[in-house]
Design a protein around this ligand. Structure first.
Ligand SMILES: [Zn+2]
Length: 603
């Protein structure tokens, strides 16, 4: 095994007096590492990246003390896949989490936190949103994994829950205080995640009065900077900052309307992939204010985090950025990004992208090629003019993919309530909803042509949330007229009918959805409900049993099956379903009431 940087450091520290020359090689016990991830944060919205609107004094100050990467790219424009890549050093197909809400990280994959903990580090994480809940496996290696959302403000439907950055930073600050009180001498690895810049964008008048009333996103980014500042101030106050490597990045950006995309997840452009990356390492004062122009990927963070602490680790797909901090040239880093969201939406073509010094190539039905030097906002697709460049980059992309070791994540089961929380955040939870195959030979549709329909579908979904079913149905009918295979729009149109008690029409639409996605438990659930309301108990039962095939612990399905059996006089079976509901969720009052009614009737 090669002598790790840490051991070399200890050797030096043991043989040479602690002079300025050996400041680079502190004993491990004195080097802390802090990772801060700013959700949904575009690099070009920060002062240190040239933005004049947002207020980011904490980030700007950090950049002046550290190394700023001008071109850092997320591996996926989605929260969970991107964070999984940072913490494992693997591309999404390699860590097995290509989407939010479906899979947990497989236990065979080492995480940075695990290696820190093995080396005796105290490890703690403070995350702000349900998409990073411990069940998705990024908690592995963290002795403290604070994903407590009890401080979250209920949204209009009490579903869109995430917590304000002030609560996240307060938890992290408490943890640092506690360490100081108990005189912890071990070094620590701490990850703090701030969700504020994610939509919905809200104003923070207590912080900025009306300054960002017309630029809410910029206000949210500025607010996240205030929270970062609180953490850095605490590190300073506890005397830890001078022995702490601080890394701040974003998990992905936000389109803000560019390329027709409103938020993120469905496309692969600079707007959603280029994120801030600042590394401040007080051991290397010569790096202060350095700016690195070469493109790097967030999967490089895994090796970088561990190298900064001198922890040896097996090779990951990413490459350490430490040479850049030491003033050495960086070897070329692969910058691959992927999204399957178009496919998950309606079997549209998934996207893969690769970035070089000059080009971005996006593989789709109609490929895209942008000259990032001349056209940093990617306004001119040069794919038709530059077929040779496309061929060359496609070769590079395919070669990179051929080196992937594909893994599958572990399927995560969620309660009905949790699934609704994810859906309210715009994430469609549940692998069962992902169609398994496309039935006809027509070419896949291209998200570039579908993004307008996707936005209109979002508008309709918002109207449904506001209980404006008729105008929502009107939009959805227009979408389906143009795109007859847009089955998620069909699902929502069925929902509109269902919520207006038009059960026959709803069932017709839901049955069409099942032609595309036969195991969609959500669809079976809604068909079951419609039949139940039509008093067609046998058909209702059939569909609720289909739900249980996919999700055996569905509270809803068991509750309705209890009701159906009860109405059919099958009291033992009814009782069994109600008891199952209470096992899944002891707080389910409907099941408790039904069960006690059965009991008082002598069943
Ligand atoms: Zn995110």
């Amino acid at each position: 095994m090669p002598v790790s940087r840490r051991r070399f450091g200890l050797l030096l520290a043991g043989t040479v007096a602690a002079t300025a020359a050996v400041r680079w090689f502190w004993p491990r016990s004195h080097v802390n590492v802090v990772l801060v991830t700013l959700d949904t944060t575009r690099a070009d919205r920060l002062g240190c990246y040239g933005n004049k609107t947002t207020q980011t004094p904490a980030l700007d100050e950090l950049a002046s003390r550290g190394t700023l990467f001008e071109r850092a790219y997320a591996a996926a424009p989605l929260t969970l896949p991107s964070h999984a890549s940072m913490l494992t050093g693997l591309w999404p197909p390699e860590h097995g989490i290509p989407a939010n809400g479906d899979n947990a990280l497989d236990k065979s994959i080492p995480t940075a936190a695990e290696l820190f903990a093995k080396e005796g580090y105290d490890t703690a994480a403070f995350v702000a949103a349900f998409v990073l809940d411990a069940r998705f496996g990024l908690n592995r290696g963290f002795q403290v994994y604070n994903d407590d959302l009890s401080s979250a403000t209920p949204g209009p439907e009490e579903l869109d829950r995430y917590r304000d950055g002030k609560h996240v930073v307060a938890a992290a600050v408490n943890w640092l205080d506690e360490r100081q009180r108990t005189r912890h001498s071990q070094p620590f690895f701490c990850w703090m995640h701030l969700y504020d810049p994610h939509d919905p964008y809200i104003s923070h008048p207590e912080q900025f009065q009306s300054q960002f009333d017309h630029q809410l996103y910029e206000g949210e980014v500025s607010y996240a900077d205030v929270m970062l500042g609180r953490l850095l101030d605490k590190l300073k106050a506890t005397g830890e900052l001078d022995r702490t490597v601080v890394i701040v990045t974003g998990d992905h950006g936000e389109s803000l309307g560019e390329h027709g995309e409103r938020t993120h997840g469905y496309m692969l452009h600079e707007s959603t992939l280029r994120v801030p990356l600042i590394i401040s390492d007080p051991r290397h004062p010569q790096s202060a204010g350095t700016r690195i122009a070469a493109p790097v990927s967030l999967i490089d963070l895994y090796s970088t985090l561990l190298d900064c602490a001198g922890i040896s680790h097996s090779k990951a797909s990413g490459t350490s950025l430490l040479p850049a901090i030491l003033g050495e040239p960086l070897s070329p880093h692969s910058c691959y990004s992927m999204t399957d969201e178009p496919y998950r939406e309606a079997l549209w073509s998934p996207l893969r992208s690769i970035v070089t010094d000059r080009w971005r190539y996006i593989r789709s039905v109609q490929h895209e090629l942008y000259d990032l030097t001349a056209d940093p906002h990617e306004t001119l697709n040069l794919a038709d003019q530059k077929p040779d460049t496309i061929l060359e980059l496609e070769k590079e992309l395919a070669a990179l993919e051929s080196r992937f070791t594909h893994r599958d994540g572990t399927v995560v089961q969620m309660s009905d309530h949790e699934r609704r929380v994810l859906e309210s955040l715009g994430y469609t939870a549940g692998q069962a909803q992902e169609p398994t195959e496309k039935k006809d030979d027509r070419p896949l549709r291209d998200i570039k042509e579908m993004i307008g329909y996707l936005n209109r579908h979002d508008d309709a979904a918002e109207l449904i949330r506001q209980k404006q079913f008729a105008p929502a149905a009107e939009i959805l009918e227009e979408i389906i007229k143009d795109v007859p295979d847009y089955y998620k729009a069909m699902l929502d149109l069925g929902l509109c009918h269902m919520l207006q008690d038009r059960f026959g029409e709803a069932i017709g639409l839901f049955q069409r959805v099942l032609e595309f996605n036969p195991t969609s438990d959500r669809t079976h659930d809604m068909i079951g409900f419609c039949y139940l309301r039509q008093k067609n108990l046998e058909s209702a039962m059939k569909h609720f049993l289909e739900v249980l095939k996919v999700r055996p612990d569905s509270e809803n399905a068991h509750l309705y099956l209890g009701e159906i059996n009860q109405r059919q006089g099958k009291f033992v079976l009814a009782r069994r379903h109600y008891e199952t509901v209470l096992k899944i969720n002891p707080g389910n009052n409907a099941a408790r009431a039904a069960l006690s009614a059965l009991q008082s009737g002598g069943y």
